[in-house]
Design a protein around this ligand. Structure first.
Ligand code: FES
Ligand code: FE2
Length: 426
């Protein structure tokens, strides 16, 4: 359980909140490039960390992210005209460039220098690793872009998707850091529709619903392991299934499968009760195969399919996540199609901000507890003036998880035996 005041601290991300400030020390993925397809394209509304923004790509291809409300009389710049290297408010014609400078004020006399005194609030933006990123913190603390392994790969080696989650970011993240639920929530009678890697993972999860967890704090968050007893089966070559998952601050999970691709997901708060998820499936060694891509496009794996022209998943609360009670009776735990849909259904079912005061955490929840502890500490430290180091060490983001069969009895042995596969910072 968590005290209500700590739950508030953990979940509230608006301007001026301790956790909101912590998020504002990191570059965060915010858009996919197709949202701003070319110079002078239509502006796009964007809500991030509880702030209403408008994004545009100017005539030179530069990306601007401005506060949505015009500094003059607060009209929405979403209705503005994107032309001539700036976004022009339709109400009185004030025009702003990507840095927020007012470059034209046609309702003031030419001898007025008023436009030099006005600035729109503007945030830094960058294209990197297949996403558009935004930095919403103090300008003098702006860090380099994070060197996630997938961001450093050629685009052929990754597949990416953005979707909306109707709950607080921490709920989604806690689902990622809870390997135990895979045995239960994702149980399927028939895994033949899954990719080979995911079918193999399902087979392993089914064999032990009481995995032993071990958490190791690091400079970037932590890695944690689950150790499952394997009781047989054609796919099993050792005594234990060891899964080592990476949690990278503030809200990135990097989850292994027995085979590539790896799933990396960022949970980015839209506001306290909504989250954008940026899912990247990647193969560090080779281009994604058409088979991998075809499976991901079905929405049955790491990411949902979304309704055309939106980031809203096809399966959602309005259709009860396409639950099929007969399929449930036949052995699928939820009767819902797709691993990600099952995760999303159950996390959203907890309410927009889960009541953590009335929960009972057991030994399977130690990774969830550790993530809360670390995030709360960092947010409190920052509120006390201690800046986080991680954003300024971009190489620390480049870690990789593993999922292996091994008779080794402890995590340290696994880490050293698989040091070539499990990427940890040197
Ligand atoms: S409100 Fe935007 S120019 Fe007046
Ligand atoms: Fe899950």
């Amino acid at each position: 359980m968590l005290k209500p005041e700590d739950n508030e601290l953990l979940c509230r991300v608006g301007p001026g909140t301790p956790m909101g400030e912590l998020f504002r020390r990191f570059w965060i993925p915010a858009m996919v490039p197709g949202e701003l397809p070319g110079p002078d394209c239509d502006p796009v509304r964007l809500r991030l960390l509880g702030e209403d923004l408008v994004a545009f790509r100017d005539s030179d291809g530069r990306i601007g992210v401005l506060e949505e409300r015009c500094p003059h009389r607060r009209a929405s710049l979403f209705y503005g005209l994107n032309e001539g290297c700036g976004l022009r408010c339709v109400y009185h014609g004030w025009k702003f460039d990507v840095d927020g400078a007012c470059v034209d004020m046609p309702n003031e006399r030419p001898d007025s220098d008023f436009k030099h005194k006005v600035r729109a609030k503007a945030y830094a933006a960058a294209e990197w690793g297949g996403y558009i990123w935004v930095y919403m913190g103090p300008a003098d603390r702006k860090p380099p872009l994070p060197e996630f392994e997938w961001a450093m790969l050629p685009p052929t080696h990754r597949w990416q998707k953005k979707w909306l989650y109707n709950a607080n970011y921490m709920q989604g993240l806690e689902g990622e850091l809870d390997t135990c639920h895979t045995t239960f929530l994702h149980r399927l009678a028939d895994t033949s529709t899954l990719s080979p890697g995911l079918a193999e993972a399902h087979d392993n999860w089914q064999q032990d619903g009481m995995p032993r967890l071990d958490v190791r704090d690091t400079d970037y968050g932590y890695y944690y392991s689950s150790q499952r007893d394997m009781q047989g089966g054609a796919l099993n070559s050792g005594d234990f299934n060891w899964r080592v998952t990476q949690w990278v601050l503030p809200s990135n999970s990097i989850i292994p499968q027995p085979q590539f691709p790896i799933s990396s997901r960022a949970y980015i708060p839209v506001d306290d009760e909504h989250t954008f998820v940026f899912g990247t499936s990647f193969n560090p060694d080779a281009p994604m195969t058409q088979k991998d891509i075809d499976f991901l496009e079905t929405g049955l794996g790491a990411a949902p399919r979304t309704l055309p022209g939106t980031f809203i998943p096809e399966t959602n609360k309005s259709n009860e996540f396409m639950m099929d009670r007969d399929a449930q009776r036949r052995g699928s735990a939820t009767g819902m199609p797709g691993v990600n849909n099952q995760d999303r259904a159950i996390v959203e079912s907890m309410g927009p901000i889960v009541d953590r005061e009335n929960e009972y955490l057991g030994t399977s929840d130690v990774a969830v507890i550790a993530a809360r502890r670390i995030l709360l500490q960092l947010a409190k430290d920052l509120a006390d003036g201690k800046e986080p180091d991680l954003p300024h060490s971009p190489a620390l983001f480049g870690v990789r998880p593993i999922d292996v069969m091994s008779p080794l009895p402890d995590l340290d042995g696994v880490v050293s035996a698989y040091s070539d596969k499990l990427r940890l910072p040197s």
